[in-house]
Design a binder for this molecule. Structure first.
Ligand SMILES: *Cc1c(COP(=O)(O)O)cnc(C)c1O
Length: 358
């Protein structure tokens, strides 16, 4: 008899798979997706492109045109190289695989993006989480102390941070870059909604890498992420990439979308405007709304009400994320992705009812 317990690593058996609830028939405001699909006017031209796909052939291993378009649209500085991933999650995994075996952990502030910890665990790496301050800014002394103590191979900084939505202080990040002998990956998954970026600063530190994805800007379905940084790092990481990780349909679709990136720019701009409107409406309901430079809002409910509000919304076919955990920085917190105006209005109407404001 083959025994699961004797073969599968204990840390893997202890994991629960990344939870993705079934959202059929729901207003879906839980996963930071762009609520706007690709406009009808572009569909025929895009489908024409897809007709040219040679599905019998393996994909281009290093798609040059796609890379050139990404460089242009994402503003990658001259002299920096790119590594493409099947989503930026794959790039986080490649980074982890590249550094494991030296006893040095991954480090990131918490609350933060859960995949840093999960991927560390998959790879048999230790993960060190350093608590943010109650206002979700970096606790710089704690970060520097943890870096000195644990000598992390990689520090991950989501910028803006997920699930809190804020940008960390630039001077704090500069100090972290100066203080660690490890890599610092600035994860800009929400760059399209943010006023700041470390992309233009690539090259200023030889340990700085910038991670981006097209998922949150409107192409979550195609799974495409990119890591930008100094050629020497990218060359090492590239060895761990599966040879054909960017499939042909993704490549063709991404090329088309990036050639017409003004469509995505319009959509992300309207999402930023909706964010302001939604934040004001949530605050008017008496919820504490944290400042956000992303396409979602973190809100704190009155004490003890997060679970009931989440459940009340779910019963009204609205899906958001419940982040409440007792005695943590996210106590009483919910995360709401900014949706279309009608979807946001539905959330507000439902919350008014649930909070007895109507
Ligand atoms: C969503 C998210 C990602 C993952 O994006 P994919 O490219 O879709 O894998 C990475 N980092 C952060 C901080 C995110 O919120």
């Amino acid at each position: 008899m083959t025994d699961i317990a004797s073969l599968i690593r204990p840390e893997v058996r202890a994991l629960t798979a990344y939870p993705v609830p079934d959202a059929t028939g729901f207003i879906k405001l839980d996963a930071m997706e762009n609520p706007w699909n690709w406009p009808e006017a572009h569909r025929d031209a895009w489908l024409e492109r897809l007709r040219t796909a040679e599905l019998n052939r393996y994909p281009e291993p290093r798609p040059a045109r796609l890379q050139a378009l990404l460089r242009e649209v994402m503003g990658v500085p001259e002299g920096m190289d790119l590594l493409l991933g099947n989503g930026s999650d794959e790039l986080i995994q490649i980074l982890a695989l590249a550094v494991l075996g030296q006893g040095r952990p991954l480090l990131s502030p918490e609350p933060g993006f859960v995949m840093y910890r999960m991927i560390a665990t998959f790879c048999g790496l230790q993960h060190v989480g350093v608590p943010l301050k109650p206002d979700f800014s970096l606790d710089l002394p704690a970060m520097l102390e943890a870096i000195a103590e644990h000598r992390p191979a990689i520090v991950f900084l989501a910028y803006p941070n997920n699930p809190t939505g804020n940008l960390f202080d630039v001077a704090d990040i500069e100090q972290i870059l100066d203080s660690t002998e490890g890599l610092v990956v600035v994860d800009e998954a929400y760059h399209a909604f943010s006023s700041r970026s470390f992309m233009p600063r690539l090259g200023e530190w030889d340990n700085l890498l910038v991670l981006r994805t097209v998922s949150k800007m409107g192409l979550a379905g195609i799974r495409l992420g990119m890591l930008a940084g100094p050629p020497a790092w990218i060359a090492e990481l590239d060895k761990l990439r599966m040879p054909y990780n960017i499939n042909t349909l993704t490549r063709i679709t991404a090329e088309y979308a990036l050639e017409h990136h003004e469509v995505l720019d319009e959509q992300t701009k309207s999402i930023r405007e909706e964010r302001t409107i939604l934040a004001a409406a949530l605050a008017a309901l008496g919820l504490e709304v944290f400042p956000s430079e992303a396409n979602f809002l973190l809100v704190r409910t009155p004490k003890g009400q997060a679970a009931a509000l989440f459940e009340g919304l779910r019963q009204r076919r609205i899906l958001i994320k419940n982040l409440h955990a007792p005695d943590t920085l996210l106590e009483d917190c919910l995360r709401i992705t900014v949706g279309r105006p009608d979807e946001n209005a539905a959330v507000i109407a439902a919350l008014e009812e649930l909070l007895g404001k109507r």
